[in-house]
Design a protein around this ligand. Structure first.
Ligand code: THU
Length: 141
């Protein structure tokens, strides 16, 4: 999915801004994600950690759950900002959650601390995701 330059920059800016609101006292690794829904709306999420570490949620999943709660279920692009020197990449769990609501061609923009970007797509990050259709195919008719 090719993005127009203005939309692309909006996603980059929103991902960087929301990372400032990350709650990451355990890792000190703030992450920000900005999702573009098919209808043009942008939804953001940051990572939110917990003293019980396993309860922490990543920025990407936070953005997806926020978007779904607002009625958006199809995403065409996502930008992820980390403080990494080379752009950080979404964890496996977030790739799978994104794949529930996005196709292989969903644009993924990975942003480093200095603003340098790597452009990729969801299909490259997670080929052959497990899909709800796999669950449905296995049901007794
Ligand atoms: N984190 C994300 O927010 N997104 C990812 O895709 C990778 C990891 C967060 C989880 C945790 O709060 C911190 O980064 C360190 O793992």
């Amino acid at each position: 999915m090719s993005l127009d330059p203005t939309t692309r920059q909006t996603l980059i800016d929103r991902a960087r801004e929301v990372a400032e609101r990350a709650y990451a006292p355990a890792s000190r690794f703030p992450v920000g994600a900005a999702l573009l829904a098919e209808d043009g709306r942008v939804f953001v999420g940051c990572n939110v950690e917990n003293a019980s570490y396993g309860l922490s949620i990543c920025a990407e999943r936070n953005a997806v759950f926020h978007a779904v709660a607002e009625g958006a279920r199809r995403f065409v692009a996502v930008a992820v900002w980390t403080r990494c020197e080379t752009p950080g990449s979404p964890c496996g769990a977030c790739r799978q959650v994104l794949a529930e609501f996005a196709g292989d061609d969903c644009a993924v923009i990975l942003i480093a601390r200095d603003g340098r970007c790597v452009d990729t797509d969801l299909g490259s990050l997670l080929p052959r995701p497990f899909r709800m259709s796999d669950v449905e195919n296995a049901r007794d008719s």
